[in-house]
Design a protein around this ligand. Structure first.
Ligand code: ADP
Ligand code: MG
Length: 319
């Protein structure tokens, strides 16, 4: 296997929170990301799933160089993205780009689609007919017409606007694309279209995806590997098959049980109705099953990611 394109090693992000609050103390620390490690191979889709507030977006922003880690290292093709010798902003923009949940928020309402696609190209010295050709080709790749390039964001539907957001992320031909809840704001009826578009583009451009979602049914069709996050930590990681067909952590089970379409939840020889929770291996216990909200102001209990199968790890506490 080729060297990973992205490596995240022991990422921690803590936010100092100042000001009173109910606890009465002046200063507290919020644990947003705790000890997250993973690597991404070229052409792979790695999904990070977990409920709101578990640290997915903070992880995404760290990968993009938009959030300074408290600890840990992030490398693109072996090169750290922070510290001495880190690539410039321009170089980073060509390496990784992000697609957001709400493309409307990231598009300038006074700019035509063509103008908003021309802007990053111009910053990278691409203008004139080369820019025009690239914009036309990109619009075609995301399923929009050249004529639509002359229109403004408000003239489009939510699904079309996400196509524009994707075009803007891909126009500089990045190798890694971080997709933060890319279909969560869209009507259920058009989510599949956008997911299929992302899969087509991944193939067309050889992209590597980090896909972030609170909804397991969304990642089901896209992921090669899945990381399950709960309260700032990875609680389970594995290939698609391990996570969907043989989930071990009680929290992963809860997420899979929450998939609305029973065909998805049960369609892969997976969980039978009323199936019992898997037991923790001898000498270990599970932490929270996610039914109670964690205290984000205390560090998580000491625990380990333990191998439970090839490429399949579960977070366990010593019993
Ligand atoms: N800039 C920030 N300052 C303080 N707390 C933050 C900041 N960004 C995120 N958080 C907190 O960090 C935790 C993780 O947030 P986030 O990464 O956005 O979660 P997710 O994307 O999984 O919903 C949450 O408790 C959130 O309130
Ligand atoms: Mg988020």
């Amino acid at each position: 296997m080729s060297a990973p394109i992205l490596e995240v090693d022991n990422l921690h992000v803590r936010f100092p929170i100042t000001g009173g609050g109910m606890l009465g103390t002046g200063k507290r620390t919020l644990y947003a990301v705790t000890g997250v490690s993973f690597s991404l191979a070229k052409g792979e889709c790695l999904s990070i799933v977990g409920e709101s507030g578990c640290g997915k977006s903070t992880t995404a922003l760290s990968i993009m160089g938009l959030q300074e880690p408290s600890e840990g290292t992030i490398r693109f093709k072996g090169q750290p993205i922070t510290g001495p010798g880190a690539p410039s902003r321009m170089a980073r923009a060509k390496a990784a780009q992000m697609v957001f949940q709400d493309p409307y928020a990231s598009l300038n309402p006074r700019q035509t689609v063509n103008a908003s696609l021309a802007q990053p190209l111009k910053l990278h010295g691409i203008t004139g007919s080369e820019a025009t050709d690239r914009i036309a080709a990109m619009l075609g790749s995301v399923g929009l017409t050249p004529e639509q390039g002359t229109r403004y964001p408000h003239e489009f539907s939510g699904g079309q606007r996400q196509r524009i957001g994707i075009a803007r992320a891909l126009i500089l031909e990045p190798e890694i694309v971080v997709l933060d809840e890319p279909v969560s704001a869209l009507d259920v009826s058009i989510r599949a279209q956008i997911i299929n578009l992302l899969l087509d583009l991944q193939e067309e451009f050889g992209l590597s995806y980090v896909m972030i979602s609170h909804d397991l049914s969304v990642v089901e069709h896209m992921s090669d590997r899945v990381l399950v996050m709960f309260f700032s930590q990875i609680v389970e990681q594995g290939g698609w098959k391990e996570i969907f067909e043989n989930p071990q952590h009680p929290y992963t089970r809860r997420l899979i049980d929450a998939i609305p379409d029973p065909d998805v939840a049960l369609g892969h020889g997976g969980l039978a109705a009323g199936a019992t929770q898997p037991a923790a291996p001898a000498g270990w216990r599970f932490g929270s099953d996610g039914s109670a909200a964690p205290n984000v102001f205390s560090p998580p209990e000491p625990s380990e990611l333990v191998d439970v199968g090839p490429q399949h790890k579960v977070r366990l506490l010593r019993a």
